[in-house]
Design a protein around this ligand. Structure first.
Ligand code: NAP
Length: 393
């Protein structure tokens, strides 16, 4: 857990609830390291409740099921994503949009109706209501498939909802990180032409040759940005930091759509001229409901889509967070929970199943170095030149 805004993770022992009639208990095998984990650890959004145990890209096997559980049996491969509860009765819940329920219970940094606190997947087991557990298709790799539980659904859902799946249309993906690289793969499976828009020119060859993008635009390359003005039907913006929208909106054709998914801690400025002059649309989207998340997993299994990952041990997590802050990951860290948590002797295997714990690597300056890294990255994007208004449609 992290216990303060330094964000440094260190050992933390806690208990999960007993498995109830509707519950499924998972032995956690792998957990992805998503950027919200970093936002939460360092309290960037201002509502972290410490201690916080992150992790909402959880893959494991069921070790126990309650007597009312019909969807799963012991030994199944399953996944848990961003939420573990909602009211189940509101309009959103009834329309399979539990992710927009006003009483949503997030997998971590949240509380249950009885006041108990939720801890995430950087731990050895978790107990979850069956409604919020997903079947994890046999053909998906357990480790590289884990990031689909947040990154995958977060890019899949807006593509479907905003009608961004028509084969042959041109999609820009801004930010080539965990979300962005999965967006490239899913978009290619839909038959879209994909251009990556990135602040990291060194990612070009991987984007095109490994991930299958059709083109790459370095946002610092003013000439190329200008020549791409008005060329894209849609943009999915996954940038995790404050950044100018003007250059991105300028890349859209008339009637183009930009969906923002990134969650920086300060508001983005919305320039209205390129919007109005091209009848463009800006929207947002927040991961996805359970039904659609299952649909996405099945879609990815069918199209052999998984994340490109760097598998880490739990004791490498703090240095991984520093690398994540500087966008130095290809393209998602995944923690090998089962093999590294017990290997370092922190899990008390003689303890009852409800015992769970999380582990660490020591770096007392983590929070400070992340702040410094953030400041440097912010400078680099603000140097991007703003194309002129008359070129935007
Ligand atoms: P990530 O792996 O860190 O990728 C973010 C990418 O943004 C980086 O790889 C980098 O791409 C770009 N970037 C980072 N800092 C930047 C800066 N200062 N200026 C410009 N570009 C910068 O993060 P992620 O896990 O994909 O998450 C991306 C964002 O989505 C985060 O804010 C996260 O909280 C949010 N999120 C939202 C939802 C949702 O439901 N809406 C779900 C999950 C995550 P380049 O190097 O290519 O420029």
């Amino acid at each position: 857990a992290a216990t303060d805004e330094s964000g440094t993770l260190s050992p933390f022992h806690f208990s999960r609830r007993e498995n109830g009639d509707e519950d499924v208990t998972l032995k956690i095998l792998y957990c992805g390291v998503c950027h919200p984990d970093l936002h939460n650890l360092t309290n960037e959004w201002g509502f972290t409740s410490y201690p916080v145990v992150p992790g909402h890209e959880i893959v494991g096997v069921t070790t126990k099921v309650g007597k009312n559980v019909t969807k799963f049996k012991v030994g199944d491969r399953v996944g848990v994503g961003v939420m573990v509860g909602s009211c189940k009765t509101c309009e959103c819940c009834q329309q399979d949009l539990e992710n927009y329920c006003s009483q949503i219970i997030f997998t971590y940094n949240s509380h249950n109706p009885d006041g108990t606190k939720n801890y995430g997947g950087y731990s050895d087991m978790i107990v979850v209501d069956q409604r919020y557990v997903l079947r994890f298709p046999d053909s998906l790799p357990l480790d590289a498939g884990a990031p689909l539980l947040c990154a995958g659904i977060t890019v899949y859902s807006p593509m479907k909802y905003y009608g961004m799946t028509e084969a042959g249309k041109h999609l820009g993906v801004a930010g080539l990180g965990g979300l962005g690289h999965v967006a490239v793969k899913i978009a290619k499976a839909f038959g879209l032409k994909v251009t990556v828009i990135s602040t990291s020119p060194q990612k070009e060859s991987e984007a095109v040759n490994r991930l299958g993008a059709d083109a790459f635009l370095a946002s610092s390359d003013t000439a190329k940005m200008k020549s791409a003005i008005g060329s894209m039907d849609y943009i999915i913006d996954t940038v995790s930091a404050v950044h100018p929208l003007f250059p991105l909106l300028s890349l859209l054709k008339v009637n183009g759509k930009l969906v923002t998914l990134g969650l920086p801690n300060k508001p983005l400025e919305l320039p209205v001229f390129p919007l109005v002059s091209g009848r463009k649309l800006v929207g947002g989207s927040d991961f996805g409901g359970m039904k659609e998340t299952q649909e996405m997993l099945d879609f990815c299994a069918k199209h052999n889509i998984a994340a490109d990952i760097e598998l880490i041990r739990i004791d490498e997590i703090n240095s991984a967070m520093e690398r994540l802050a500087r966008s130095d990951v290809r393209y998602r860290f995944v923690i090998d929970v089962a093999n590294s948590l017990s290997a370092v002797g922190v899990v008390d295997t003689s303890a009852p199943l409800k015992k769970s714990c999380v582990l660490y690597y020591t770096s007392s300056v983590l929070g400070e170095s992340i702040k410094q890294i953030r400041a440097l990255r912010t400078r680099s994007i603000s140097e991007v030149e703003r194309p002129s208004r008359h070129n935007t449609a």
